[in-house]
Design a protein around this ligand. Structure first.
Ligand code: GRF
Length: 190
């Protein structure tokens, strides 16, 4: 697998980490899909010369829109979809269509804290351990088969902000590595 599409909604720091890691390799993303107009990630893609498309997936017609997205991805001969801060839940029909070809990164040690604001909720709950999970996407929210996790213990001097920074550093470090291994055929075996 080589042709990679990234789906993102916001800042795009993971998108940048992926682009930097895959510079001058056959895994460099060929397409960035963003559901939010004017999200910083769109400008990052433009600066890097990656084709970028604003592609809204409104709740009232998510299935139809996802069908159009699926066709677009096939037209572009995409082989692997990487979610990097993509804030929409993809409909089951889309997930089935791309079974075992969608990866996601989540800023918690799943199955704990699925969904939004995972780091803040873990902090509010007084958790001692923080980390990341990279997983295949299934029909649920952050429930797919786990490929990789990495975690660290909170230090007494940590703040919510320092923990967020540490989590993001882990994401940028490991997501490209796991995407590459996965694209090259590696699968986690228990
Ligand atoms: C990351 O924390 C990722 O784990 C989560 O959304 C955030 C996206 O950040 N799914 P960015 O847009 O890549 O900077």
């Amino acid at each position: 697998m080589t042709r990679l599409a990234v789906l993102a909604s916001g800042t795009g720091s993971n998108f940048e980490a992926i682009c930097e890691a895959f510079e001058k390799t056959p895994y460099y993303p060929v397409l960035l899909i963003c559901d939010r107009k004017d999200a910083p990630v769109l400008h990052k893609a433009e600066r890097r010369g990656v084709e970028s498309l604003h592609f809204p997936l409104p709740a009232q017609e998510r299935e139809e829109a996802a069908g159009r997205l699926s066709r677009l991805l096939r037209e572009r001969e995409i082989e692997l979809i990487v979610l990097a801060g993509f804030m929409k839940v993809l409909p089951p029909v889309f997930v089935k269509d791309w079974k075992d070809k969608i990866l996601n990164i989540h800023p918690s040690i799943l199955p704990r804290y699925p969904g939004t604001e995972a780091i803040r909720r873990a902090w509010d709950a007084g958790e001692e351990w923080f980390g990341i999970t990279i997983h295949l996407v299934d029909e649920g929210v952050d429930t797919g088969p786990i490929l990789f996790q990495n975690m660290f213990h909170r230090l007494p001097e940590d703040t919510l902000e320092s923990l967020e920074n540490k989590v993001h550093r882990l994401e940028h470090l490991y997501y490209p590595e796991i995407i590459l291994k996965f694209a090259q055929g590696w699968r986690r075996t228990k």
